[in-house]
Ligand binder design. Structure first.
Ligand code: FES
Length: 153
C-alpha cells in the first residue's frame, strides 16, 4: 500500500481558490446592490437645471375660460390660467411652501395647492394658508395658435 505524502499541497487547492473567489465576488455584488440605492438616496445625482426660457404651454382654445392647465417648463411644472376676462396668465406651478404642484380651481376662481390648502389669487399672491410668498410669475405671449410662456429675467 502506498503512503500519502503530507508535505505536498492537496490537488484541490486551486479549485478551492476559485470557489472562494466566486463566493467573495457574490458577496461583494450583494453588498454593492444593497448599498448603491442607499447612497443614491442620500446623495442624489445632480439634475441639470433647465436653461429653457420659453415653451409652448398650450394652443389657443385648449384651455377653457375659467380653466387652467399644468404644463412642463423644462424640468419643472408651470401653470397656465385662462381667466374669466379672457386673459392668459402663467406662473411656476411649484408651491413656495413645500414644493407641491398647484392647480387651478374653477370653483374658487384662483390657484390652489392641495397639499396644505394654500391659496393664490390670479396675480400669484399667496392669500390663504401656509405658502410664505407668491408664485413665480411668467410672461405669456400669443404667437398664432400657440400660447408661449417665458421666464421673466
Ligand atoms: S406645499 Fe403648498 S401649501 Fe404646502
Amino acid at each position: 500500500m502506498e503512503e500519502l505524502d503530507n508535505t505536498q499541497e492537496p490537488a484541490n487547492v486551486p479549485r478551492r481558490k476559485v470557489v472562494n473567489l466566486i463566493l467573495g465576488g457574490g458577496l461583494l455584488t450583494t453588498v454593492g446592490s444593497i448599498l448603491a440605492p442607499i447612497v443614491n438616496f442620500v446623495i442624489p445625482p445632480k439634475v441639470q437645471e433647465s436653461t429653457q426660457t420659453s415653451v409652448v404651454a398650450a394652443k389657443v382654445g385648449e384651455v377653457p375660460l375659467n380653466g387652467g392647465k399644468v404644463f412642463r417648463f423644462g424640468t419643472k411644472p408651470g401653470i397656465l390660467v385662462h381667466t374669466q376676462s379672457d386673459e392668459y396668465i402663467a406662473y411656476s406651478a411649484i408651491c413656495p411652501h413645500l414644493e407641491c404642484t398647484v392647480q387651478y380651481r374653477a370653483d374658487f376662481k384662483h390657484i390652489w395647492c392641495a397639499c396644505h390648502n394654500g391659496h393664490f389669487d390670479l396675480t400669484g399672491k399667496n392669500i390663504v394658508g401656509p405658502p410664505p410668498r407668491p408664485l413665480e410669475a411668467f410672461k405669456v405671449d400669443l404667437r398664432g395658435e400657440d400660447i408661449v410662456v417665458s421666464r421673466i429675467s
